[in-house]
Design a protein around this ligand. Structure first.
Ligand code: AQP
Length: 345
């Protein structure tokens, strides 16, 4: 069966939305709007898999919605909403908890990283996170999912869940009118942003992350020009000058990361950046990177601030998007309940 092409992706409202989220995901979300119908979700139920202060969570949900719009997502032409307003995500996640196998979940590297040594104390929600993510995508039967590198394994699991559901319930799917026995699509990852893995400014071997305790490890979208400048000035480098060719970046993770960030923001390539700055000192290059970052991120940050101060507007966008999302999700759940064998209208 040919599934209707549809894009779904989400961002967690866990505070400190950063350059990695922007270049790895949001910039790509904006681009895809011209080719596909898109659904972009503030995944607040994922956020509470680790402790969130309720007042901060509320603020972060509005901030992610504002970032989507400030970056150029059109909430009228597409759908922007927060996950908890569409209960079908949780409903389908439960069905998927019963389809997915413990062995599959045990392989998820993000759980291992986030649970750390204190595994016994991690929430059950954190463990089941990939099952909810599969539900987010498949409740819309989405075909394309723009994500950063780090989410690739979760998307593979989404495909495994879709395939097992299609196999387990093949006969019922056909009876429900899906003649080829395929109810859920094999969603494709779209990992093609300008920078699919932005690294920490303090350690080029670790990804830039919202939960890094050091604010100097990341550039937040809400940072003002002075803060951006400070963070880039303090970013870790090595004593060598920049190489003139890309292969000279091998084994130099911090240099590689800063050159990658420059290229992504400028819409060029690392080779082009090195042809201009190769052989020079980091201080000169960092100065140029500060100007570029402030120029590109400043307007997004300012618009985000303007929008977050208008709570009525943002909440209106989320309510409207949630109603439209729910109309689609409830249709999928109606079929799922019939396929699984639940009794109801
Ligand atoms: N460093 C990164 N480089 C490129 N893409 C990234 N993404 C995250 N970090 C980078 C992509 O941003 C999207 C939204 O991510 P998320 O909010 O769902 O959570 P995450 O992947 O767990 O991101 P963080 O910022 O690292 O949060 P914490 O610290 O809470 O784990 C996703 O598409 C992601 O790939």
């Amino acid at each position: 069966m040919a599934f209707k092409e549809l894009v779904f992706s989400g961002v967690q409202p866990t505070g400190n939305l950063h350059l990695g989220n922007y270049l790895g995901a949001i910039v790509n979300f904006v681009k895809l709007q011209s080719r596909y119908e898109c659904i972009y979700c503030v995944v607040d139920m994922h956020a509470i898999t680790v402790w969130q202060e309720p007042a901060e969570l509320r603020k972060s949900i509005r901030e992610v919605a504002a970032a989507f719009i400030a970056a150029g997502i059109d909430p009228k032409a597409h759908i922007v909403f927060n996950q908890s307003q569409v209960p079908e995500h949780a409903e389908l996640a439960w069905v998927f908890n019963c389809v997915a196998r413990l062995g599959w979940m045990n392989r998820m590297t993000q759980f291992k990283e986030k649970a750390g040594k204190d595994r016994e104390n991690a929430s059950l929600g954190l463990y089941a996170y990939p099952s909810l993510m599969a539900a987010d995508i498949l409740v819309y039967r989405a075909t394309h999912v723009p994500i950063g590198e780090d989410q690739k394994q979760h998307l593979e699991l989404t495909r495994d869940i879709a395939q097992k559901f299609n196999n387990d319930f093949k006969a019922q799917i056909e009876t429900a009118g899906f003649a080829d026995g395929l109810f859920f699509p094999m969603a494709e990852p779209v990992i093609t942003g300008p920078a699919t893995r932005v690294m920490s400014l303090r350690d080029g071997t670790k990804k830039m992350s919202k939960s890094d305790p050091s604010d100097y490890s990341r550039i937040n979208l809400a940072d003002d020009a002075d803060t951006i400048a400070q963070k880039i000035k303090k970013a870790k480098t090595d004593p060598e000058p920049l190489p003139s060719e890309e292969k000279g970046l091998e084994g130099r993770p911090e240099a590689d990361n800063l050159v990658g960030i420059y290229a992504a923001l400028a819409g060029s390539t690392p080779a082009q950046v090195l042809s201009e700055y190769g052989g020079g000192q980091f201080s000169t290059f960092k100065g140029a990177l500060i100007d570029l970052a402030v120029d590109k991120l400043g307007p997004v940050g300012a618009e985000m601030k303007r929008l977050t101060s208008d709570v009525t507007y943002i909440d209106g966008i989320l309510a409207d998007g949630s109603a439209r999302a729910r109309a689609l999700a409830s249709e999928t759940m109606r079929h799922v309940k019939q396929i699984v064998g639940f009794v109801g209208p």
